[in-house]
Write a protein that binds this ligand. Structure first.
Ligand code: NCD
Length: 306
């Protein structure tokens, strides 16, 4: 018999608003502890995890796979195109099938916003959203929070600018939610056509003039233009975009000395950044990627073991 749906309020991680600030802190603390000292390899012994990715991924996929190995889970990967969802099976039936085999965790990425939430409704186990459409990417936001906290020793009061294609970015949405929940001050910067009208509630600050924002931030998070999700009419010219929003040597010089620059990857040289950024002492891309593995180990442990 498959287990009944887990009663824990944290049975799935679809976006960061599934977590309280205390829950976010707990995951970050666990990730830091795992970073300092590798946890026992049997943390998730006998727990079966399926990686169900319907969209290309280098970083996130590898990072989850390594995290699952390091906590000792039994891992099955279903590469895109190989699941029976393509044969007309419903999401609910896929969930039932995997649960009946004893799968406890599904890590999923999908081009459609809402897929992981639908799966979680039917699955008697834990669903972890590894990125859905333009909706959410909670583990990316957690690794970004960990990178900021490691750098500054706190999140509350930090001033963070998210720059670029905010409208189509699940990374921007999840970061805005997580950063604000932890007391950071978020400014969204980009051209009018790539900014949302609202992010809900008393939403984050929105600005169009990047040069005016840069002197007043502790961190800049650059975002890729999500061409695969953009109608061409939204972005008239890449040259215009680069002129106004590309981070280059001149703009780096506007930042306070202590400021760091982040990017979820994959980054596009010449579009949202120049090579100067890759040589900037505060460029934290590699730290972000490295933190990703620990954060994902912590999320797996948190959901499965409580
Ligand atoms: C991002 C994604 O896929 O949402 N990449 C990632 O997970 N590190 C960002 C992007 O594709 O631009």
């Amino acid at each position: 018999m498959p287990a009944l749906k887990a009663p824990s309020p944290y049975s799935s991680l679809i976006d960061l608003d599934d977590l309280s600030p205390a829950g976010i802190t707990e995951i970050l603390d666990r990730a830091k502890a795992f970073h300092a000292e590798p946890p026992p390899r049997d943390l998730l012994r006998d727990v079966s995890v399926v990686n169900l990715f319907f969209e290309a991924s280098t970083r996130t996929y590898t990072s989850f796979a390594l995290a699952e190995q390091r906590v000792g889970a039994d891992v099955v990967a279903l590469p895109p195109g190989s699941s029976s969802l393509g044969k007309g099976e419903t999401i609910a039936d896929t969930a039932l099938t995997l649960a009946a085999m004893g799968v406890r965790v599904i890590v999923t990425r999908h081009p459609h916003s809402g897929f992981p939430a639908r799966l979680a409704e039917s699955f008697a186990g834990h669903v972890i959203n590894a990125g859905d459409g333009r909706h959410a990417h909670p583990t990316q936001a957690l690794l970004d929070l960990l990178t900021l906290e490691t750098e500054f020793g706190k999140l509350a009061g930090l001033r963070v600018a998210l720059v670029g294609d905010i409208l189509h970015s699940r990374v921007a949405r999840s970061n805005a939610i997580g950063l604000r929940a932890m007391g950071a001050e978020v400014t969204l910067v980009g051209p009018r056509t790539l900014l949302p009208d609202s992010m809900g509630g008393d939403g984050p600050r929105v600005a169009r003039d990047l040069d005016a924002v840069l002197p007043h931030v502790d961190a800049v998070m650059l975002l890729r233009i999500q061409h695969e999700r953009i109608a061409s009419a939204v972005l008239p010219s890449l040259d215009d975009y680069a002129r106004n929003y590309r981070l280059d040597a001149r703009r780096l010089a506007l930042l306070p000395k202590h400021a760091i620059v982040m990017h979820p990857g994959p980054y596009n040289r010449g579009v949202e950044l120049t090579e100067d950024v890759l040589r900037y002492p505060g460029w934290r891309y590699a730290q972000q990627v490295s933190h990703g593995v620990y954060v994902r180990m912590a999320v797996l442990d948190f959901l499965v073991n409580g």
